[in-house]
Design a protein around this ligand. Sequence first.
Ligand code: HEM
Length: 492
Amino acid sequence: MMNNKVQLLNAVLVIVTAIVSVNFIVKWALKTLISRRIKRRLPPVVKGRLPLIGGVVRFVKNPIKLLEEEYENLGSVFTLNVVNKNITFLLEPQVSAHFFTATESELSQKEVYRFTVPIFGPGIIYDAEYSVRHQQFRFVEDAFRVTKLQGFVDDLLEEVQEYFSRWGDSGEVDLKQELDNLIILTASRCFLGREVSESITEEITSLINEINVAKGPVTMMFPYLPIPAHRNRDKARKKLDTILSKIIVSRKSSGKSGNDMLQTLIDSKYKDGRATTEAEITGMLITSIYGGQRTTSATAIWTGAYLIHYKKFWLAATEEQTTLMKKNGNTINYDVLVGMQVLYRCIKEALRLRPSVPLLLRQSHREFSVVTRKGEKYDIPRGHIVAASPVLSNRLPHIYTNPDDYDPERYCIGREEDKLAGPFSFTSFGGGRHSCLGEAFAYFELKTIWSHLLRNFELHLISSFPETDWNDIVWGVKDKVMVRYQRRNLAY
Ligand code: HEM
């Protein structure tokens, strides 16, 4: 009887202890959660005149204006609500380091660049598992190793000389059209090889342009919506597939090798020893042509517009050509191109002021925090789209002196403003984990073209100074850029 009583008492004690403990744990958990919520500081949100969509309307109307205004109002971190998505902008190097260095499991590209899948193809780049994508990017990177770049120089020079030999002694041209054409010819020669004829290159160009008609916010959000622009994109992609497959088969069956991207991609092997398939090679070639064409041609045009407009820098770049030609017996090779430092700075400054990739995007999978220059801490929730913008961060006044001025000398030793706030002060080629794989090649292409023009022509801008065309995913140059040229021989 006594035993039973003790047992009952014990049981009651256990139950009471359990209830008290559970109660305590629940209270503690709730308190912690609530206090975390209170402590969590979300970025300020962009407002517009219309509730809910006001910010988006302002963004679509003039994205630069919105970024500038909200940077002024809200600071370097803010969120824009777009339909059912939140885009959080990180606009200074002080808050963008995580954006550039985070792993794929923290901030990924796959979701935000999904619109490229119908262009690059299934199983390619952003449609591939990260481990596969990483290897595919490595194949592209291999095509731009120093030894490969050295091999490209003669091809680039030949293509550029041949192109401008078609210009007369004097005349007027649309520089935009001319440089667009030339960039596709030079890239096609280095990517696809010398045996690809000019007519096939022209066909590839027009198909890439047709693919690009599907652009803008609708395609970004719903890349498979059955609209005419998407149907045309898919038709053009199929035709491109046929042309490139023929080129691949012909190279493989010829038994010949080439110093071009096509050869690198054919020879590439995945870590498990598997060779690249024709569909993968086609997809990676399209990725490279698509990724490199409009970005490089816009930069070529802006470089020209600034050089022609600012005579001081045209003269400095021309003087460098005279010095280099004297020193190197009127020849150009890899080392001479590397030595064109004045021209390099002129191109880089055009890229700072007119970055062709205006927004870099990632999908956040894990909450992270940033601390601004002024010491404000913000927590960026999981699920937000996160954006960095070279358009704004390249013109920050605490990094760049007179940021709106074209001043290539800001990169000279002693000033080096592009490094003032660390590695993410200049982001026209992105940075960190996903920085541009074609940067070195793009500079070689641009230097070959502009050094030729500086040595062989006087140019005058006859239309007004160009404006940015932001009606595209890659920002280009609006309207024609008419120049008057006069052939000349620079004395060495
Ligand atoms: C002036 C010309 C160019 C500019 C301004 C430019 C700009 C950029 C930028 C800003 C990024 C980073 C995108 C991001 O972080 O989401 C990028 C990535 C990339 N670019 Fe370029 N690009 C240029 C030329 C080229 C060329 C010629 C190629 C040729 C293959 C190329 C291939 C790539 C690739 C493959 C990536 C992806 C790298 C990765 O995600 O790991 N780019 N480019």
